[in-house]
Design a protein around this ligand. Structure first.
Ligand code: ATP
Ligand code: MG
Length: 397
């Protein structure tokens, strides 16, 4: 057996025993086993620094560490559900709106794991991405508005993939606003790291909540960010990765089968589509590339971000759009922000800011040029080629 699978096995066994003893109130032995689980997890991370789930393993080690601390202090029984997070309160996670009652313990509660923000992003705020917007409208917006026009049904799983910072999250939020849906946003890494023990039950609860919402006439969007972290690549699981993944797949099948007019959608987002296996890919019937902005879109973004700034007449936004080839929307926002920060910094250093009536000078072309020269685009050409290649292989618009 390989060193990694030995370690995974050990970490799993220690963690399971620790949680069991913890539940039984055997503090001392639980602490010892949590400690051993932490050691195995950290060894695993050191052994394979490149492994995708390392972030999850580290988070889990931290969670165990916190639990040890809690056990070492005086712990009231009600705090037990920090580790075994959902045994006894009959589903407060089903409320999932961030502030509804909840378990009331001082540490991290389930409500933090699933955020139901009410996104207020409009289509207009999502710049460019015309093809992606169109695909998303066809898949979700039109079926919600006129289900009667879709006798053959419509897709429930939509995968948004592409380079970081190009608007995947923004696009998902815009859809939710458009159809006035409840938006359940979860980040896969935190499901894995914090929902210890019965993580898959929480996945089931989440989908129950979403279905309930849809049955009551309010469409539901389950947004899973970093979908690729649901993929365990190792043979063993250090705390339910495989079960969570399977539960998730099962839930996706459930929403596809159930009554034709049920408006529950799963939007998954990932920067690493190649990490997804076929079982996942297949269930996302729409697979949409959210690409890097082109020149026209970058120009729009620049206009948008300098809109509230004072700029001098020499600022040529077209030229800046040309210079920012390869930059994502998020990069462009950062560039504008940095230029402004630098300017305001100078203003303060000059001492003039103390005079409340004084105003900083306008931003000049050279300010932007400087920032652009110091900055590399966060998406490389290699990465772009990989997205396009994956898209060609698996596209489903
Ligand atoms: N197409 C776009 N239109 C307008 N703003 C954008 C666009 N793309 C990115 N931005 C800006 O960049 C920020 C980050 O975008 P977003 O979170 O949607 O990216 P993402 O594709 O989800 O990235 P990641 O893969 O890193 O999660 C947005 O809040 C917005 O300010
Ligand atoms: Mg995002």
């Amino acid at each position: 057996m390989s060193a990694s699978s030995e370690l995974e096995k050990a970490a799993t066994a220690y963690a399971l025993d620790a949680v069991r003893l913890d539940k039984q109130g055997q503090k001392g032995r639980a602490i010892t086993l949590y400690q051993k689980a932490i050691e195995s997890l950290l060894q695993l991370v050191q052994l394979y620094p490149e492994y995708g789930l390392n972030k999850v393993y580290v988070q889990r080690a931290v969670a165990y560490q916190e639990r040890i601390k809690a056990l070492q202090g005086s712990v009231s029984p009600s705090e037990y559900n920090q580790v075994d997070s959902n045994n006894d309160d009959g589903g407060s996670s089903a409320t999932m709106d961030g502030n509804s009652g909840g378990s009331g313990n001082n540490g991290k509660s389930k409500e933090e794991l699933v955020v139901t923000e009410k996104p207020k992003v409009s289509w207009g705020e999502v710049l460019g991405l015309e093809t992606a917007k169109k695909a998303v409208k066809e898949a979700i917006v039109y079926p919600v508005q006129r289900p009667d026009l879709f006798p053959l049904g419509w897709p429930r799983g939509i995968l948004l993939f592409g380079p970081p910072g190009c608007g995947k999250t923004l696009l998902a939020a815009a859809v939710a606003t458009e159809i006035d849906a409840n938006f359940y946003s979860i980040d896969a890494a935190s499901i894995m790291s914090k929902w210890l023990g019965e993580a898959e039950q929480n996945v089931a609860k989440l989908f129950n909540t979403a279905r309930k919402s849809a049955n009551e006439g309010k469409p539901a969007i389950v947004f899973v960010d970093e979908l690729d972290s649901l993929m365990g690549a190792h043979t063993n699981e250090v705390g339910g990765e495989i079960r969570v993944r399977n539960q998730f797949l099962k839930e996706m099948d459930g929403i596809m089968d159930k009554g034709k007019a049920l408006h529950v959608y799963v939007i998954g987002a990932t920067n690493k589509p190649w990490d997804l296996d076929w079982a996942f890919i297949r269930r996302f019937q729409k697979r949409i590339l959210v690409p890097l902005a082109d020149h026209a879109t970058r120009l729009n973004m620049l206009k948008h971000y300098v809109g509230t700034l004072q700029i001098a007449a020499d600022v040529d936004l077209r030229e800046l759009a040309r210079l920012s080839e390869g930059f994502s929307g998020s990069d462009i926002r950062d560039v504008c922000q940095s230029a402004q920060l630098k300017l305001i910094g100078e203003f303060f250093e000059s001492g003039k800011a103390m005079d409340k009536a004084a105003k900083p000078r306008a931003l000049k072309m050279v300010d932007f040029r400087q920032i652009l020269e110091e900055r590399k685009p966060s998406v490389s050409l290699d990465m772009l080629t990989s997205y396009n290649r994956w898209f060609e292989a698996f596209k489903a618009l």
